[in-house]
Design a protein around this ligand. Structure first.
Ligand code: ATR
Length: 296
């Protein structure tokens, strides 16, 4: 295990920049890991308006920050503010979720770890997973990162299904993906023989309608991955388990997208035990919130 003494010199604070930012679970994750490795650092939330974003990024070091995460609605604007000092995934997605200082050049750079977070959690949950065809439901910000990583890391053929076909088509063009686009009414056709199904829509999230689709056309060995994590076991995942399919929930993606950022800032590669420790805290937190909702 690394010790505080090995952490590169410089400020020890990191933050998540969002608007609003109150809902973010990132402080729980990173502060858990800072404590586990005995690093005298702090991860805080920074509420930043769209108007303040570019200056906030520019002055991060003078504000005492070693780096930052960027969340909704700032990922695209952060890319604009940092380009051309961005890594390939951020360049392809035109969105930044992690800001760090390059130790060799001293430059402030942007990267995007959402896709690799998704992919690492899949590999951790289903070791050795590989497949030919993936179906991705939805064409929002999360879908961009997921389609990109499935094509680049997973070398999979992607079928992208969205209610608004034009939005899916422009997403494919924006990220230079090869995915085939399907309308929601063609979902059965898209699912035919697929090895992986990923839900990136808001359907199934607490307070939203459930995602109710027939999983019969999927391959018998398919994996079903829902990036929704409130609730942790969505109706989609219950239906997949009932069909005997492997399931992957959404919380691990959040945890594993955090790991590469932590490594860049503090030079520490977290282990799956570290991820499990942070996960337990967030699960307890989510359970507490659900109880409060029931109480009120
Ligand atoms: P994020 O950026 O977090 O991924 P988003 O941009 O709000 O989320 O995207 C939500 C996704 O859920 C979209 O693909 C949306 O479909 P449209 O592009 O057609 O709006 C999808 N979605 C939301 N409600 C839906 C519904 N009732 N039926 C089908 N798809 C829905």
């Amino acid at each position: 295990m690394s010790t505080a003494a090995e952490v590169p010199q410089g400020p020890r604070k990191v933050c998540v920049i969002g608007w609003p930012v109150e809902h973010s679970r990132s402080p729980t994750i990173h502060n858990t890991w800072l404590a586990r490795y005995g690093v005298d650092g702090e991860y805080t939330k920074l509420a930043v308006t769209p108007e303040e974003l570019a200056d906030t990024i520019r002055y991060l070091p003078s504000l005492g920050f070693r780096g930052a995460n960027v969340t909704v609605p700032h990922k695209e604007a952060a890319f604009e503010a940092l380009a051309p000092f961005v890594d390939p995934p951020a360049e392809r997605l035109q969105a930044v979720n992690t800001i760090y200082r390059d130790p060799d050049t001293g430059e402030i750079r942007g990267t995007n770890t959402d896709g690799i977070g998704f992919w690492t959690h899949l590999q951790q949950s289903v070791p050795g997973f590989s497949g030919r065809t993936a179906v991705v439901l939805g064409a929002g910000g999360a879908a961009r990162a997921i389609v990109d990583v499935l094509e680049t890391e997973g070398r999979m053929k992607v079928r992208l299904v969205n209610r608004t076909v034009a939005r899916a088509a422009s997403m494919v063009a924006d990220i230079d993906a090869k995915a085939t686009v399907y309308g929601w009414d063609q979902i059965d056709h898209a699912l035919e023989g697929a090895d992986l199904l990923v839900n990136t829509t808001t359907l199934g999230m607490a307070g939203q309608p459930d995602l109710e689709i027939d999983l019969a056309p999927l391959s018998d060995t398919a994996v079903v991955y829902d990036i929704v994590y409130v609730p942790l076991e969505t109706r989609l995942l219950k239906a997949a388990a009932a069909r005997g399919l492997k399931t992957v929930d959404g919380l691990g993606m959040l945890l594993w997208q955090a790991a590469p950022g932590f490594a860049r800032w503090f030079g520490i590669e977290v282990t799956s035990e570290d991820v499990d420790a942070a996960r337990a805290l967030i699960e307890a937190d989510l359970a507490g919130e659900t109880d409060t909702e029931k109480d009120s």
